[in-house]
Design a protein around this ligand. Structure first.
Ligand code: ADP
Ligand code: ADP
Length: 236
């Protein structure tokens, strides 16, 4: 199983704003780790650096003891799947095609439309849709699904890559409370049963307490808490 390591990571944007300040972190394999913080704390910046959507200004990130560089980004992205607050599906395409796009993660989404998917790609896509319990929606357009169903398609798209790590950037921020529980429960199940490391950002303490093995609290780009959920309320 795969570790994520941040060594002295700082992210300063081009306007001079420092969103992440000199951070050292090791994310343990097989755990469900929640990055907890309010809006603007730097959660998204932190997570986006793990699969190369942002690059550190200083410091280094290692995935599985391998330094993340522009040269091995494709290799890293094969291991690291990401889901987002807004699901990021291709709305006019059906569910199956959206999931198949996960099989061509190393191409741009439109390039994948020219790519002939193999039998194995379809097999994995079907397996992934079974895993998220959406086999009855395979030929529906993504835009016809509810928010919770769309997030499940996004999870299936990532699962079809057979990832070792899932990065989830505020995966339930667009969903109602009941659906939020359902989606976090699904991510937790994938973590425990399939041994996938899950690193998710949240802003709700109660959800973090309920699902995380470990909570990393961040504020203004700095880690201010790092412990098991039970110790969060004792922390002043
Ligand atoms: P860069 O990251 O190279 O600065 P972007 O295209 O991401 O380029 O952003 C361009 C500029 O827009 C940034 O320098 C910043 O001033 C502003 N900006 C973009 N996104 C945000 C944001 N989320 N919060 C504040 N400012 C932002
Ligand atoms: P969170 O996910 O915790 O809401 P973010 O990582 O999105 O926080 O943002 C952290 C801070 O960095 C915010 O103040 C945001 O405005 C700023 N920021 C994000 N992207 C950019 C950018 N491209 N340029 C300048 N500032 C940015």
């Amino acid at each position: 199983m795969t570790t994520i390591e941040f060594k002295g990571v700082t992210k300063t944007f081009n306007n001079g704003f420092r969103a992440i300040q000199r951070t050292d972190l090791t994310i343990n394999p097989g755990e469900f780790t929640v990055i907890l913080g309010s809006s603007g704390a730097g959660k998204s910046t932190l997570l986006r650096m793990v699969n190369g959507l942002e690059t550190p200004s200083q410091g280094e990130i290692f995935i599985d003891q391998r330094k993340l560089t522009p040269q091995n980004l494709r290799h890293i992205r094969a291991k690291v799947g990401m889901i987002f607050q807004q699901f990021n599906l291709v709305n006019r395409l059906n569910v199956m095609t959206n999931v198949l796009i996960g099989r061509s993660y190393y191409r741009r989404w439109w390039e994948s439309l020219f790519y002939l998917f193999t039998k194995q790609d379809y097999k994995l896509a079907h397996w992934a849709l079974e895993r998220v319990e959406l086999t009855d929606k395979v030929w529906q357009r993504a835009s016809n699904l509810s928010g919770g169903q769309q997030q499940r398609v996004a999870i299936a798209r990532v699962l079809a890559q057979k990832p070792q790590i899932i990065i989830a950037d505020e995966p339930v921020a667009s969903l109602d409370p009941a659906t939020s529980l359902e989606i976090l429960g699904l991510l937790s199940k994938i973590c425990k049963e399939d041994g996938v490391t899950v690193l998710a950002s949240l802003h709700q303490v109660n959800l973090a307490m309920q699902f995380a093995d470990r909570i990393i609290g961040i504020k203004q780009g700095k880690v201010i808490f790092d412990d098991q959920p039970v110790n969060l309320l004792n922390n002043s």
